[in-house]
Design a protein around this ligand. Structure first.
Ligand SMILES: CC(C)[C@H](C(=O)O)[C@@H](O)C(=O)O
Ligand code: SF4
Length: 467
């Protein structure tokens, strides 16, 4: 392809094996697996196939693992327990790398990949999980695939895909105090809608994104899928290289130099064309919180619950009404008047060390008045937090300090929000029943979630911070 190219187009072209009837056969660089990848291994087995490239698959159990201990016996649901137990069996049988339940490198697969240096710029990285988009923060093309596609990758290390469209989301300017990466992505989704990125891969660009740490970029890319996009990515830069250097599975020595030379060629060329462009002004952003059952239902914390009477269409009016009913909210109610029953800090969106530091900085200002749990995104994050004394801050403020896993983001391990209960959560999905049947979820940043724990209601963190 001649002319200036985008980051996505460069990675695509470099991994294209052949193109037929609009379908591209791509060479996959890394495949990540978790306990839920169980079905794909079963499908492989059924056909008597071996792993084509076991050294390019890395796995860790996350969805079903207990957070009260590291014992599989503590997984209440026997089916879930069998799924978690199958992963080490499959690793032994097929010879891929496993960060098992008792391994300090265990964690949520999207936290572990970057942490171990498995995720690298310029790679195609796939996993049977929608939030694989997280890894795009390092300049990889990373996306979730279905179980039959996982089996295809296991057997061939390749994947069929149509060329996606490209969208650039440019965020410029300095973020005001109290505005986290989570607020930036919630604002993006509120702007373009939960379907706004459909068919596109989003590249996040602009001075606000460049100023973000690699971990903050992960929070942004993580939720690309909640904007309907196929993937999200950020061009690699010096921060990316500094983040990766010396990580266990990152290239070293001469390989590092060669990799670095290649990575530097990846950022979108000046003049590269995107199919869609969106621009946001960071200086105008506020801490965000969701009120409904779609991540697009996000508003500045200073706002009020929308009135269905103001909905743009009759269909939307009916939908908002049902949402308010489910969420137990009144039109026009101040968001900061909404009482919460509990708080969850963790997940692949906001379970990294910087997230825990931000939450702890608020937690140390008071005491939780509602149950609050903190589940670090990986066991290494947990250890790091403990080395920094964050666990003590949380415990002294009455927060529960748990083991690492998906936990209350989805509740597959039994960490559930009870029917009708309201949870302030740092996770990425507020769908009906997401945290348990009848559960009500409000998405927000780690500092905002910690603030909600201290007051028992949705709280503007800017009122607690400072001082
Ligand atoms: C269970 C799993 C496959 C699912 C996903 O694909 O994302 C989960 O991680 C989620 O966040 O909803
Ligand atoms: S933490 Fe939540 S969003 Fe992330 S992989 Fe686990 S269940 Fe999915």
């Amino acid at each position: 392809m001649a002319g200036p190219r985008t980051l996505l187009e460069k990675i695509w072209d470099d991994h294209l094996i052949l193109e037929e009837d609009g379908q591209c056969l791509l060479l996959v660089g890394r495949h990540l697996a978790h306990d839920g990848s169980y079905h794909a291994f079963a499908a492989l087995e059924e056909r008597g196939l071996a792993l084509r490239r076991p050294e390019q698959t890395f796995a860790t159990p996350d969805h079903g693992v207990p957070t009260i201990s590291r014992r599989v016996e503590d997984i209440a649901d026997p089916a879930q327990r069998r799924v978690v137990e199958a992963l080490p069996r499959n690793a032994a049988k097929h010879g891929f790398t496993l960060f098992g339940l008792d391994d300090p490198r265990q964690g949520i697969v999207h936290v572990v990949g970057p942490e171990q240096g498995v995720t690298q710029p310029g790679l195609i990285l796939v996993c049977g999980d929608s939030h694989t988009s997280t890894h795009g923060a390092l300049g990889a093309l990373a996306f979730g695939i279905g179980a039959s596609e996982v089996a295809h990758v296991l057997a061939t290390q390749t994947l069929w895909r149509r060329r996606p469209k490209t969208m650039r989301v440019t965020v410029e300017g300095e973020r005001p105090a109290g505005v986290a990466a989570k607020d930036v992505i919630l604002a993006v989704i509120a702007r373009i809608g939960a379907n706004g990125g459909a068919g596109h891969v989003i590249e996040y660009a602009g001075s606000t994104i460049r100023a973000m740490s690699v971990e903050e970029r992960m929070t942004v890319c993580n939720m690309s899928i909640e904007a309907g996009a196929r993937a999200g990515m950020v061009a690699p830069d010096e921060k990316t290289y500094e983040y990766l250097k010396g990580r266990p599975f990152a290239p070293a020595g001469a390989d590092w130099d060669a990799a670095l030379a290649y990575w530097r060629t990846l950022p979108s060329d000046p003049g590269a064309r995107f199919d869609a462009e969106v621009a946001l002004d960071a200086a105008r952003l506020e801490p965000m919180v969701t009120w409904g059952n779609s991540p697009e239902d996000a508003l500045p914390v200073t706002g009020r619950v929308p009135d269905p009477a103001d909905a743009p269409s009759a269909a939307q009016r009916a939908a908002w009404r049902e949402t308010l009913e489910y969420m137990g909210l009144r039109p026009g109610q101040r968001l900061t008047d909404i009482a919460v029953d509990q708080v969850f800090i963790g997940s692949c969106t906001n379970g990294r060390i910087e997230d825990l530091r931000a939450a702890a900085a608020i937690a140390r200002r008071g005491r939780a008045v509602v149950p609050a749990i903190v589940s670090p995104g990986s066991t290494l994050v947990k250890r790091q937090a403990e080395a920094e004394g964050l666990d003590r801050i949380f415990r002294e403020a009455g927060f529960e300090w748990r083991e690492s896993g998906c936990s209350m983001c989805i509740g597959m391990n039994g960490d559930l929000v009870a029917p009708g209960r309201r949870c302030a959560s740092t996770s990425n999905r507020n769908f009906r029943g997401r945290q348990g049947r009848g559960s009500r979820t409000h998405l927000m940043s780690p500092a905002m979630a910690a603030a909600a724990a201290l007051t028992g209601r949705i709280t503007d963190v800017r009122e607690l911070a400072g001082g």
